[in-house]
Design a protein around this ligand. Sequence first.
Ligand code: PNS
Length: 145
Amino acid sequence: MKIAIYPGSFLPIHLGHLDIIDKALKVFDKVLIAQLINPDKQIDVKYDKQFYQSMLDLRDKYNRRTTYTNFSGLLVDLINKRKSIIAVIRGLRNGNDLQYEQNMQYWNEDLGLTVPIVYFVTDRRYAHYSSSSIRAINKFKMEKL
Ligand code: PNS
């Protein structure tokens, strides 16, 4: 069983993330979606509800091949605790993401990450999607994007 972890903030989860999960499930048997809980960030409950509903929708759509957890602290600590995880999934929208992800990969490796990070390029339809822009839009217009 090939299990990958897809970590992120997912505040909120959007179509760009779903596209990455879709792609990852073509390569891996299961994807564990791991939401970082940042105690310093004020989370809007509407995003919690939306995230929870997305997790249920995904579980049904992919016949329970997606599972969910949340974590605080270091990603490597979570991965090292779960021996079945063979890879980390991350999405890339553009060169800026690549630079950011490369730094994060180096840090994770320095911190003891031993599984590979597998990157999927986001579909062009969602290349401009980010949780921060969706939060900004949602201030005026609540929409599931
Ligand atoms: O969706 P995001 O905000 O780009 O996800 C970033 C995330 C959650 C994957 C990353 O911030 C993370 O893994 N944070 C946990 C703390 C950690 O392990 N930091 C070390 C790498 S810099």
